[in-house]
Ligand binder design. Structure first.
Ligand SMILES: *Cc1c(COP(=O)(O)O)cnc(C)c1O
Length: 540
C-alpha cells in the first residue's frame, strides 16, 4: 500500500449511515455501505470522513399489526445525543427562502473514522425543524429540503470546521446540490460558470446505485428553484448540471470527474442506462465490499483459518439464530433441517414471494419442515405494493408456523444473526436490477451458501456447485418470472436439498470454498483500495 499519510483526504457524503442497530440513522444497503466504509477506513488508515444527517426519528420502525400487515412507527432517537460530541459549529442554509440553522455534531468512536452529522432539530428553527426528522419519508419538497441540507449544508459545515478535503465523494444522487456550493465558491474567486464547473468536476467523484429507473430521482426546475436548490445559480446553469427535468443521478454523473457502479455487472448496466447523457464522467465498476469485523463471525472464521471442521461451529450459530427467532416470534425451527434466509427491502422486483409461486410443489417440504425459511425486510412506508408483499409472507408464516418465519423491523442486528445463522442465502431479483447485494457477501464469508440469480456481485464470485449455486443462467427475456421460478425449483430440489441432507461433507467443503473465494475480494478493504486506485488518486 502506498503511504497513507500521502493519501487523499476524502469527504464522503451520504444521507444514511448504518453503524449499528441502535443508531437508527439508516434505512438499508446504501447506509450499511457508508458505515462499512468509515469502519474499514479506520481499520486500514485511509483519511476519509463522513458527512451525514442526524435523523431524529430515523427510518421507519416497521411492525406487523394483528391483521398481518406492516405499519410504521417513528420513535424518537433522543438518546442519540449521548453518542455525540458538540462541535459548537452551526451553519446556515436557505430552504424556500427561509433561513435554517444546522448544528454540526461529531460522532467519534474508536472503531470508525469521524462522521459529522447535521441537525435541524433546534428551537431557533421553530416549526422548520423537520428537515432532519425522518429519513426518506414524505413528499418531494421535504426530500429536496433534506438534499439541500446534506449537500449545501455539508460543504458549509466542512468550511466552518476548516477541514482539509482533496476529494468530494457523493454517494448516490442525494448530495449533488453540494456541487452548486462548490461552483459558487469558485465563481466567488473570479471564475466564470464554465470554468467553475470544470474546477468542481476535478474534485468530485460519484457513486451511482440503483439500476431501477424510478429509483433515480428527478425534479422539475420550478420546484427546485422555489425550494432554494439553485443556490444562486441560474436555470440555464442548473440545466447544464442536471438536464431537464433535473436528474439527481444525471447531476452526479456530470458533476464528477469519475463515477462508479457498485459491481462489475452494475457498471455495464449503468453505462447502458446513462449512455445518452452528454458530458457525463466515465462510469467505472468498483464492486462493493463489507467490513469483516462487523459482519463475519469470529468463531467461524477462526475455524476456517485453522482448517477445523466448520459444521459444528455453523450448527452453533444456527442454534443461536433459532433461539433468537423463538424469542421474537415463538416459532420453533429445527436445527437439523435446511434453513434458508431471505432478507431484503420489500420491493416487488426482489420477488420475495417467488419461492411460493408453485405451492403444490413446495407445500410438502414446508409441511415436513425439510425446507425452512426466515424472511425479513421493510417496505418503503409509502409503498403499498411492497406492504402487500410483506403481508403475503406473513400469511405464509401463519400457514407454516414452524417452517416459515417473518422477522419484523429488519435491521443490522437481524441481518447479522441471519447472515451467519442460516444455511442458504436466497436472492432472486428480476435481473439486472440488483446493483450489488452485500448481504450475500456477509453470508458467503460466514460459510452460508448463496443460492442466487446471477445479478449484482454474484456473477463475480459464483462457482456453481462449488461455493454456492446460481439459477436462471442470467436469463433476461420474456417470462423471466416463470423461467427463474422453474430454475429455482430445479436447483433447490435437485442440488441444494440432496447436498444438504445426503452429502454433508460436500456441504462443508462448499462452506469452506465460499469463505475462501470471497473473504479478500469482497472486503471493504479491497473496495477502498480500488476507490483510491481507480478514483481518488486520479483527482489532482
Ligand atoms: C447488508 C444489509 C443490507 C444490504 O444488503 P442487500 O443484499 O443489498 O439487501 C440492507 N439492510 C441491512 C440491515 C443490511 O445489514
Amino acid at each position: 500500500m502506498i503511504q497513507n499519510n500521502k493519501q487523499k483526504n476524502v469527504a464522503y457524503f451520504c444521507m444514511e449511515y448504518g453503524i449499528n442497530s441502535n443508531l437508527r440513522i439508516y434505512a438499508g444497503g446504501l447506509g450499511i455501505l457508508a458505515g462499512d466504509i468509515l469502519k474499514a477506513a479506520h481499520e486500514y488508515d485511509y483519511p476519509i470522513f463522513g458527512i451525514g444527517m442526524l435523523w431524529l426519528e430515523g427510518y421507519t420502525k416497521q411492525l406487523i399489526d394483528e391483521n398481518g400487515r406492516p405499519y410504521d412507527k417513528y420513535p424518537r432517537n433522543e438518546y442519540i445525543y449521548d453518542y455525540l460530541e458538540d462541535t459548537d459549529v452551526k451553519i446556515n442554509i436557505k430552504v424556500k427562502g427561509k433561513d435554517i440553522k444546522l448544528k454540526v455534531w461529531k460522532l467519534k468512536t474508536d472503531y470508525m473514522n469521524t462522521l459529522y452529522l447535521l441537525d435541524s432539530n433546534l428551537d431557533e428553527n421553530g416549526k422548520y425543524d423537520w428537515i432532519t426528522k425522518r429519513l426518506y419519508a414524505w413528499g418531494e419538497e421535504e426530500r429536496i429540503a433534506q438534499e439541500i441540507a446534506l449537500g449545501i449544508g455539508g460543504i458549509r459545515a466542512i468550511r466552518a470546521l476548516d477541514l482539509d478535503v482533496d476529494v468530494y465523494h457523493f454517494n448516490e444522487g442525494h448530495a449533488v446540490f453540494a456541487g452548486t456550493e462548490i461552483i459558487n465558491e469558485k465563481m466567488n474567486k473570479g471564475l466564470d460558470f464554465e470554468q467553475a464547473l470544470k474546477a468542481t468536476q476535478n474534485k468530485v467523484v460519484f457513486t451511482t446505485h440503483t439500476p431501477v429507473k424510478k429509483g433515480n430521482e428527478e425534479h422539475e426546475h420550478g420546484l427546485l428553484k422555489s425550494m432554494g436548490a439553485y443556490n444562486g445559480l441560474t436555470k440555464k446553469q442548473m440545466k447544464k448540471i442536471g438536464n431537464d427535468p433535473f436528474g439527481n443521478t444525471v447531476a452526479g454523473l456530470k458533476l464528477a470527474k469519475i463515477s462508479n457502479g457498485v459491481a462489475q455487472l452494475h457498471g455495464v448496466t449503468a453505462r447502458q442506462m446513462w449512455e445518452h447523457i452528454e458530458g457525463k464522467s466515465p462510469i467505472k465498476a468498483i464492486t462493493n465490499g463489507i467490513h469483516r469485523k462487523t459482519w463475519v463471525d469470529s468463531r467461524i472464521y477462526k475455524a476456517f483459518e485453522n482448517g477445523d471442521d466448520l459444521l459444528p461451529i455453523h450448527q452453533q450459530l444456527k442454534s443461536e439464530l433459532i433461539n433468537y427467532v423463538k424469542d421474537k416470534t415463538n416459532s420453533q425451527l429445527d436445527n437439523d433441517k435446511l434453513l434458508i434466509g431471505f432478507a431484503r427491502r420489500a420491493a416487488p422486483y426482489k420477488r420475495a414471494n417467488l419461492i411460493f409461486r408453485k405451492m403444490d410443489l413446495v407445500d410438502p417440504y414446508l409441511q415436513e419442515g425439510k425446507i425452512q425459511i426466515i424472511f425479513s425486510g421493510k417496505a418503503h412506508p409509502l409503498d403499498d405494493k411492497g406492504k402487500d408483499l410483506v403481508a403475503e409472507i406473513v400469511k405464509m408464516s401463519k400457514k407454516y408456523p414452524n417452517s416459515v418465519v417473518f422477522l419484523e423491523d429488519y435491521d443490522m442486528e437481524i441481518a447479522k444473526m441471519m447472515t451467519r445463522g442460516v444455511d442458504v442465502w436466497l436472492n432472486n431479483p428480476r435481473r439486472p436490477k440488483e446493483a450489488s447485494g452485500t448481504s450475500g457477501m456477509k453470508s458467503a464469508m460466514n460459510g452460508v451458501l448463496n443460492l442466487s440469480i446471477l445479478d449484482g456481485w454474484w456473477p463475480e464470485a459464483c462457482q456453481h456447485g462449488m461455493n454456492g449455486w446460481q439459477f436462471g443462467d442470467g436469463y433476461m427475456g420474456d417470462n423471466q418470472d416463470k423461467h427463474d421460478l422453474d430454475s429455482l425449483y430445479r436447483v433447490l430440489l435437485k442440488e441444494v436439498l440432496p447436498t444438504y441432507y445426503d452429502h454433508k461433507s460436500k456441504w462443508e467443503e462448499m462452506m469452506n470454498n465460499s469463505i475462501e473465494s470471497t473473504y479478500e475480494d469482497f472486503s471493504a478493504r479491497k473496495m477502498l483500495e480500488n476507490y483510491y486506485l481507480k478514483m481518488y488518486r486520479k483527482i489532482k
